[in-house]
Unconditional design. Structure first.
Length: 746
């Protein structure tokens, strides 16, 4: 059995330090928030285009070879789409409009191709014309150039008889970033007010409800500024900043809620009265310990500081432990070579760290400053949360029937996880959300008049001695010319000993059929065409990038899961000084996380939620989603595990009775857990209002998992398993106890 600490723990002393120096702490945070607010408007301009590249993959190698040997072709092809409902392409006014618009496209690397001298540039009905030109530089430079060209093209065509739109990978991702920014604003405007209302109902006081929201938003503002500074070196994009922002708001509010709840509990315990005013301040009377009171203002500063210290020693430890586990879980994604995983890990991990720092510095300083005023703005009594020991009664019911209640829930979780066995990974480019944007309009016109794959052809590049590469590329062109999935085979290009071939598909670059074609091409025609050649072919392009990302994710997922499970177990072993408690936590978290991923697969891959959530299923989950969601969900679910089990352990140390500790622990934490979970569900669920499918998938997966974890897992399975285990919950071999690092534990 763990022993209680003999003196104040480091976190207890830290809380007292923050309380004593609250003016300095709050001044430092005020300066940080003010500086971040000044810097915030420039963050958007620093963000790069999404990068789904997998280092050292076949598509990445093809991209490098194209950039090195075919600079005139460019890293990608920009596409200018012209359309007129009235004029045909051969009309003088139409040609004049085309020439005028193309004149704004710089002539470097050959400039735009003349659409009137190239085959296949004019639609069958004669009303649509496309012109292509090379875009060079890295992804960020291409995105900046595409944004500038889009504005110039739109301005030049605004007063003419012909519509003109720039489309292509960079133009589309530019507009997608703008849509994601609007989606973030919508999510925040929906999620934050509802979360504030939930806090108000949970705390019963306006000041207490505002504090966690204020500290969370402050953390996110500072975190966003830091991400802006890192955006250039790390090539961060809008999507990961949206995800990190939403995670920061949810986590920051949760951490604040835990600390504030314990502070109020300790403050009330240290200064009890027979009556209190509506705002929570004492009216007078006799405290429960029987010491007379004369009605003078109470509590004193020492009681406030002590309450802050206890709040950090208990709930602060929960926040610190849970936050570190989230960071460890996110860090495990760096094992995967895809750039998107590094972005998510760094951006989300940084936001969680800042929420952690705020909860352990600014928040205790604010609590020390406010004291009993934290209960200001109290709700009418009928709207305040009710007590009554209902959660303790529920825990005793679970303890009486652990198998009858627990086994059906475990079976339900297993059934929910089954669809995960048939998950298909891909990348949805978000084209459905771009219907009102210039690049989206251009893409739809090009897809309808020519081919859906016109804006992102498959690229094949090969290098070898003599004519081997060119010969192999021509054999490959002949082999795929009759493939019904290919609408156009562009001429083979040569540069020294290298050859390149571009294939325009009849499918969208992000469709399952396009990625299936890439797999077939690599395993069949590309291998056969170069079978007798010393040249080696590499298949690249956007569709190939998506294939490589899906394969890398599927291949590394077991390793990432194993690392997360092992590190979480070891960390909880040190914190709780128990073998069964961390083992139970890891296994139950694994069950809840896989169940939520299974339901996410049902909703988005099989399309069970299309009508409800307003999307059209692409038949896949985003390639990076299972790993990213697993890391995030596993880390976030530890909040409630540590908060609940830590309080049960605290009660057991106080009473020495497991049968009493579990109901008491649940009674003291269940309301906070359900409130925190409802806030997480609200904040993450607000992403379902987004137009971008990957944001909807992220939001649903996170919200559903938190809902599942905080209800059936924490409030049913945890007490059931701990009740069955009894004293074995706290068993730890002596030899292991002697080897574990010494930490303070309650």
């Amino acid at each position: 059995m763990p022993t209680a600490p003999r003196g104040p723990s480091p976190l207890h002393r830290w809380g007292g330090l923050m309380a004593r120096h609250r003016a300095v702490v709050l001044a430092v945070w005020a300066l940080l928030v003010a500086a971040s607010a000044v810097f915030y408007p420039s963050v958007e301009s620093r963000l790069a285009a999404p990068d789904y590249t997998v280092q050292s993959s076949e598509s990445a190698t093809a991209q490098k070879l194209m950039e090195r040997h075919f600079p005139a072709t460019g890293a990608e092809q920009g596409v200018v789409v012209f359309r007129s409902a009235r004029l045909r392409a051969d009309a003088p006014a139409y040609r004049s409009a085309v020439e005028r618009v193309l004149a704004v496209v710089p002539a470097d690397a050959g400039g735009p191709a003349d659409p009137y001298s190239a085959d296949g540039r004019i639609s069958a009905d004669g009303h649509v014309v496309v012109a292509t030109f090379p875009l060079t530089g890295d992804r960020s430079a291409r995105a900046d150039r595409a944004g500038d060209l889009q504005r110039r093209i739109r301005a030049e065509a605004a007063s003419g008889p012909v519509e003109a739109y720039l489309t292509g990978p960079s133009a589309l991702t530019d507009d997608l970033s703008d849509v994601e920014l609007r989606d973030q604003s919508v999510a925040e405007s929906v999620g934050v007010p509802i979360a504030l209302l939930a806090l108000l109902l949970a705390f019963g006081a306006a000041v207490a409800a505002l504090l966690p929201v204020a500290t969370a938003l402050g953390s996110v503002l500072v975190g966003t500024a830091v991400l802006g500074l890192l955006a250039g070196p790390l090539h961060l994009d809008r999507f990961v900043t949206v995800v990190a922002t939403v995670i920061g708001i949810g986590v920051g509010i949760d951490y604040g809620l835990f600390v504030i709840s314990r502070f109020r509990e300790e403050l009330a315990r240290r200064t009890p009265r027979e009556g209190t005013s509506p705002d929570g301040t004492p009216r007078g009377g006799t405290p429960r310990d029987g010491t007379p009171r004369d009605g003078t203002p109470c509590p004193d500063a020492a009681a406030v500081r002590e309450s802050v210290g206890v709040a950090l020693r208990t709930s602060g430890r929960t926040v610190l432990t849970a936050g570190l586990i989230v960071v460890v879980a996110l860090g495990s994604m760096i094992l995967i070579r895809g750039h998107i995983f590094t972005e998510i890990a760094v951006a989300s991990g940084l936001m969680v760290v800042l929420c952690l720092l705020t909860s352990l510095t600014a928040l205790p300083a604010l609590l020390a400053l406010l004291g009993h005023r934290v209960d200001g703005g109290a709700l009418p009594r009928r709207l305040r949360p009710a007590g009554g020991g209902r959660w303790a009664a529920w825990a005793r019911t679970v303890l009486r029937h652990p198998y009858r209640l627990g086994l059906p829930v475990l079976a339900l979780l297993a059934a929910m996880a089954l669809p995960l066995s048939s998950v298909r990974l891909g990348v949805d480019w978000g084209l459905a959300s771009l219907t009102g944007t210039p690049s989206g309009k251009g893409q739809r016109i090009a897809a309808a008049s020519f081919s859906p794959g016109a804006v992102g052809p498959v690229q094949v590049v090969a290098c070898g001695p003599g004519d081997t590469a060119v010969t192999g590329a021509r054999h490959l062109a002949d082999a795929v010319r009759n493939d019904k999935r290919v609408t156009q085979v562009l001429p083979v290009e040569r540069s020294g000993g290298c050859a390149s071939l571009r294939l325009v598909l009849a499918e969208r670059v992000d469709s399952p059929r396009a990625t299936a074609f890439v797999r077939d091409l690599r395993s069949g025609p590309a291998r056969t065409a170069f079978a007798t050649s010393t040249a080696k072919a590499h298949v690249g392009g956007l569709s190939a990038e998506y294939v490589d990302l899906a394969d890398e994710t599927a291949g590394k997922l077991p390793l990432v899961v194993l690392v997360i499970l092992a590190l979480s177990f070891c960390y909880l072993l040190v914190v709780f000084r128990s073998v069964l408690v961390p083992l139970k936590a890891v296994l139950l978290n694994l069950a809840a996380t896989t169940a939520s991923l299974g339901v996410t697969t049902l909703v988005f891959q099989r399309g069970w939620g299309e009508g409800l959530f307003g999307f059209t299923s692409s038949g896949t989950l985003q390639a990076y989603l299972p790993v990213a969601l697993f890391a995030l969900l596993f880390g976030l679910s530890m909040d409630y595990e540590i908060f609940l089990v830590g309080r049960i352990q605290e009660e057991r140390l106080r009473t020495g009775d497991d049968a009493r500790a579990i109901p008491a622990g649940l009674e003291h934490t269940a309301r906070q857990i359900t409130t925190a979970a409802s806030i997480m569900v609200i904040v993450f669920g607000s992403l379902l209002f987004a137009r971008v499918l990957e944001l909807k998938q992220f939001g649903f997966g996170l919200a559903f998992a938190v809902l599942l974890d905080a209800t059936v897992v924490r409030l049913l399975l945890v007490p059931a398993v701990m009740g069955v285990a009894g004293r074995a919950n706290w068993w730890l071999p002596g030899w292991l106890e002697r080897r574990l690092p010494a930490v303070w534990h309650e």
